[in-house]
Design a binder for this molecule. Structure first.
Ligand SMILES: NC(=O)c1ccc[n+]([C@@H]2O[C@H](COP(=O)([O-])OP(=O)(O)OC[C@H]3O[C@@H](n4cnc5c(N)ncnc54)[C@H](OP(=O)(O)O)[C@@H]3O)[C@@H](O)[C@H]2O)c1
Length: 300
């Protein structure tokens, strides 16, 4: 009852197919060989029939005895048979079919990849998806920036304009908050701004900052260092705005209504993501060389 189960030899499907194909090929070759033998005997018989037994002795075409044409016709059939066995059958074997199918699939895959690339190029998906940082889930990360119509924000590590009402607004909004900035922007200040916690991002481990200024090595650590603040501000420059944009909830933009020559730019604001919630125009006057607007964008 609990005796050892009798083992039956197992052959997998692929091996079985190989054996079947081999058997088929052997049969085809045997038939070809038989054909060859019959052809030889037949050819001798035709020669004997015509030349020895004088069958159709007077039948000639173009002065050539009929048996020559008969043998040639048979030879043609034999060559056709030979071709079938060694070329056609081999080509149309299962393996060949699979190979062709794989080639076709590869071609289709290539075509699909090309189409995908084309679609991505023609209809680019917005790359700016909101990323969340665990440490800043309860904060409203705000980018604050002044940019020209062409998104210019700086040149030679300096601002391009002096707009006193813009600076006033910057001071009011950021007062008492954490301000996150790249090393270059930090270096563009004569000294740290009063009543704000400065967080400077640099890849340099031994970068020296004045006491009270927090140095971090990446953006995530910067947000982490500002986690006690309900509204930390990212104040630039170009590199940091670009990296911080996907994490931001709000943009306080001062749009300066001119194009400027610059070496640093603010990233394009995708209006499918960012909705304007406030817009206040400020005309050009004796204190302000350019007209500008204070615009607030909220992430949708
Ligand atoms: N118009 C405006 O509102 C406004 C505001 C701010 C700044 N700006 C202007 O913007 C320009 C400066 O911008 P910028 O793009 O040249 O420089 P930036 O963004 O201020 O600073 C770039 C530096 O930040 C550090 N950094 C960047 N990404 C980092 C990362 N992922 N991890 C660690 N460190 C990182 C690197 O410092 P290390 O090289 O030390 O590693 C890098 O060289 C100036 O012209 C400035 O006046 C304009």
């Amino acid at each position: 009852m609990f005796g050892k189960k009798k083992e039956t030899p197992q052959i997998d499907k692929e091996q079985l197919e190989l054996i079947e194909t081999a058997q088929k090929r052997i049969k085809q070759k045997k038939r070809l060989y038989a054909h060859f033998v019959v052809f030889l005997i037949g050819a001798v018989f035709l020669i004997v029939a015509n030349l020895v037994l004088n069958i159709g002795k007077d039948v000639t075409f173009l002065g050539i005895d009929w048996f020559v044409f008969a043998i040639l016709a048979w030879l043609f059939l034999f060559v056709y048979h030979l071709f079938n066995v060694f070329v056609t059958s081999k080509m149309l074997s299962k393996k060949w079919e699979e190979k062709q199918l794989n080639k076709l699939v590869e071609k289709q895959k290539e075509r699909i990849a090309q189409l995908q690339q084309q679609v991505e190029k023609d209809y680019p998906l917005s790359t700016e998806k909101k990323k969340t940082i665990t440490s800043s889930k309860n904060s409203e990360i705000t980018l604050i920036v002044a940019a020209g119509e062409n998104d210019a924000i700086g040149k030679d590590n300096q601002l391009i304009w002096h707009l006193s009402d813009d600076l006033k607004r910057f001071k009011e909004l950021t007062n008492g908050h954490h301000i996150i900035m790249g090393r270059k922007t930090f270096e563009s200040f004569p000294k740290p701004l009063p009543n704000r916690t400065h967080i400077v991002i640099s890849r340099q481990d031994n970068y020296q900052v004045p006491s009270g200024v927090i140095l971090v090595n990446n953006l995530e650590d910067a947000f982490d260092a500002a986690k006690a603040d309900k509204q930390p501000f990212v104040i630039g420059g170009g590199e940091i705005y670009k990296q911080a944009m996907p994490y931001a909830d709000k943009i306080e933009l001062t749009r300066v209504h001119e194009d400027f020559e610059a070496d640093t730019f603010f990233p394009k604001i995708d209006t499918t993501i960012w909705k304007e919630s406030q817009n206040r125009y400020h005309a050009k006057d004796e204190k302000h060389q350019h007209a500008f607007s204070f615009i607030t964008y909220i992430r949708q």
